[in-house]
Design a protein around this ligand. Sequence first.
Ligand code: ADP
Ligand code: MG
Ligand code: MG
Length: 910
Amino acid sequence: MATSTLAETEVPAKAGTKYVYSFGGGKADGDGKMKDVLGGKGAGLAEMTNAGLPVPPGFTIQTEACREYMRSNGVSKAVDQQMDAALNQLEDLQGQQLGQGENPLLVSVRSGAKFSMPGMMDTILNLGLNDQSVEALAKRSNNPRFAYDSYRRLIQMFGSVVLEIPKSAFEEVFDQKKHQKKAKLDTDLDAKALKEVIEEYKKLVKKHTKKDFPQDPHDQLVMSRDAVFRSWGNDRAKHYRRINNIDDMLGTAVNVQAMVYGNLGDTSGTGVGFTRNPALGDNEFYGEFLMNAQGEDVVAGIRTPVPILELKKIMPDVFNQLREITTRLEKHYRDMQDFEFTIQDGKLYMLQTRNGKRTGRAAVRVAIHMVEEGLITKEEAIFRVEPNQLYDFLVPRLDEKKAKVEVLATGLPASPGAAVGQIVFTADEAVQKAGHGAIKHPVILVRAETTPEDIHGMEVAAGILTSRGGMTSHAAVVTRGMGKCCVAGAGDIHVDEKKREMTAKGQVFKAGDWISLDGTTGRVIKGKLNTLEASPDDPELQKLMGWSEPFRTMKVRANADIPRDAIQARAFGAEGIGLCRTEHMFFGEDKLPHMRAMILAGNEKDRRAALKKLLPLQRKDFIGVFKAMDGFPVTIRTLDPPLHEFLPRREDLMVEIAVLEATKPKSPKLKGLRILLRRVEELHEFNPMLGHRGCRLGITYPEITEMQARAIFEAAVEVSKNGVKVLPEVMIPLTATLKEMANQAAIVRRVAEEVFKEKGKKIDYMVGTMIELPRAALVADEIAKEAEFFSFGTNDLTQTTFGFSRDDINKVLPTYLGEGILKQDPFAVLDQEGVGQLVKMATERGRKTRPNLKVGICGEHGGEPQSVEFCYKTGLNYVSCSPFRVLTARLAAAQAAAADKLKVEGGRTK
Ligand code: ADP
Ligand code: MG
Ligand code: MG
């Protein structure tokens, strides 16, 4: 029986390591807490075994063996030895031998990492069958059909998963046989037909691998185990880990478990379920099953599964037992469970349990119900919701209560929300239908993949559906930026752009047909459903926030440039504005000409004249923002971007001039255009991101800062005279030295005094700076002499610390993530190791000079839960993020503080 692994040289074992954990006969070596070692599935099986539940016995080969395999391309002898010992133990317990004798033991080989991970190796069932044992099984079960069905399944799964023969090759053979025998369902094929299928499968294996299907059960086991370890490193699995921030070094465990048979006949079956409704959160038993079926049949769509409540009629005792067990599991884990079961000849077996994935709305509802039912405490409930999931309350969703919901396919939930519209296949069609005219028709742009040429269509479409591409595909990234619903990579949909049709579930859809998208779950639904509006005031959401808010110690502000966004942010609970970018105000049609005049001015006098025209316009904007934030602080940043961003592009100007010169050489416009071009060329910079921008603008053109300070204080005095409580914080961008800070602060303070004197009213205000250059972090103690607050501009700070340009990083990021050089996009999740050190250092150094220095963050990271937690731990006073992430940031900040106070670890359900 001794078959060694693939490794050529011997792999060293870690001395004394327990590689294999058995479970069965009412007790297990491991338990539910050992997810790191046993993986989620293995830990669940151990825990259920210990609880005395009916679980088929087996053993788990722990994750260290996988890490060994990754390092050395093989496992150590110790793994082989311990596995063989565990197998012997299992054989003894069962009174059977793997693939041998009159009553052969068959097992399943199942992968199972710490976090559930679709994309890794598929499970292999019925391992141990070969030409002899299949006959024994036929005889013993008195059911040859069942035996041959199990064997053909093994060859099919082993062939595709371990031997890497395309699944389609097996499917072809199988379908042909069904056709030949005029069988409608898989179950219509009889024993003889299945025997023929087996012969053809074996030929297929020989053809593809030049070897026979392995007949030795132990060989089958070793090969399957190693295939599981290899699958940890396949592209699908890597991709999944990347988008879900799962560590590449965790590795997977392998579970080997005695088979139970759901395909033994009409008193057998298999199913999956949830203890509650995972879409809505209602407390109802939820799931599906199939009689006379095995493994994945339920989810594979081969036959239509039956709602789980039907089981009550077919097998009331089994149903009651299942209900009782899963209720116990829910109580035990204190969370909603997602479970798998098999019924063999009227006897129930549990095969898996885990905390169930759910939508944000369901997460909130389940948490609240569980508190009301006395199952968990309010403190625990706070951690039952992932902060990011709260986004579900801020986007529209499909109204499924009364509608007929026919799911055509499920793709990736690339951008949340709902969209209902008529299909179009090109961006131009989308614009034609949705973009013009009095009546706008909602459209869904359906493409195999989108490209930058589709942008105009994506802008007008209600939603986007693609059949290819992942969570970081063009469609996914762009729609998330637009806040528009998108389902990406729906592989079961075929898009024929030439024929302008889409096929799904054997049905053909043409342009103009209605479909509905659920970007939160990735479902593509036939027909026209109604949508329900976003509901940030949902009473259940408010209740949960009401429980979490008392824990929160860190403030949450919003980044908002205009009054409309400020009002929105207040509605979501923002406690001030952490970043109001004044440049956005200059892009308005009324302001741009004055802005350009200011930039084009050749001397200070002309510049001042242009700025004077901008002053009242800017003052008006500030008044609006101050009013919206009555009683809360507003951080206003002085002008930051390089000036050429306000001018037309050089190339466009050159073309315009060339055309005029050729057609109307006497045009009076020409002179102005040439001056503009010259100025554009003067302002041209090789690295505008590191160029004439930030405080460098205000230092070279002090009159700009003067005008902005004047607009801010005049607005502040005016609203305050009308009873608005105003707390302006003037923020100087991109400082690197104390003198830069002092220079700009002096201007702001001088203008403030001037305005207060003129208007006869004083306002409390602060002058501070953005920390977004490494040098500023290094000399933060110096800068704090002049700055009354710090706000970390972590977008630029990440750019300048890594030397990555945020706009260009996508050229290298996919490779970096793929190679594991970076674990996460540092512009999405704060790089705590590097950039985080600067944040920490600057906070400490700044407070050394000014103990009550107010410190916040206003980069994109301010709304990202992990980064929010970091900010809490670093002692920041507030985080500031886009209005739509305020809720998320509030919950993340509350969780961080609650975890600290209650001394619970993370506590979040994964
Ligand atoms: P996944 O991780 O994709 O859920 P599983 O390892 O849970 O994969 O297994 C896939 C299917 O095979 C499930 O339906 C499971 O219930 C079934 N299965 C796994 N092991 C056994 C077994 N020992 N006996 C019967 N069915 C099994
Ligand atoms: Mg499973
Ligand atoms: Mg910046």
